[in-house]
Write a protein that binds this ligand. Structure first.
Ligand code: ZN
Length: 84
């Protein structure tokens, strides 16, 4: 997995891509506090599902993938990642 920063929040998550459609995201911190989008929705009283993601983060991941910054994984399961 490799770190990707959300362009909106600056929040860093770990990402592993298996195909163009299949991306695994590992949050390093609670999304409700680390992501601006989630925090805004919680402040409005929205309920957040466990599989929800930040649209700005998704766009950041798509952009990094399009720029060739994310290597496709040959594995079929996530590997533990770490920063640095
Ligand atoms: Zn975000």
């Amino acid at each position: 997995m490799q770190p990707i920063d959300c362009r909106l929040c600056g929040n860093t998550v770990l990402v592993e891509k298996y195909s163009n459609q299949h991306t695994s995201i590992q949050w390093l911190e609670a999304s409700a506090t680390s992501c601006q989008r989630f925090a805004e929705r919680l402040a409005r009283g929205d309920r957040l599902g466990t599989d929800e993601s930040c649209s700005a983060l998704n766009a950041s991941i798509d952009g990094a993938a399009a720029a060739g910054e994310i290597d496709l994984s040959l594995r079929s399961y996530p590997t533990p990642g770490k920063l640095g």
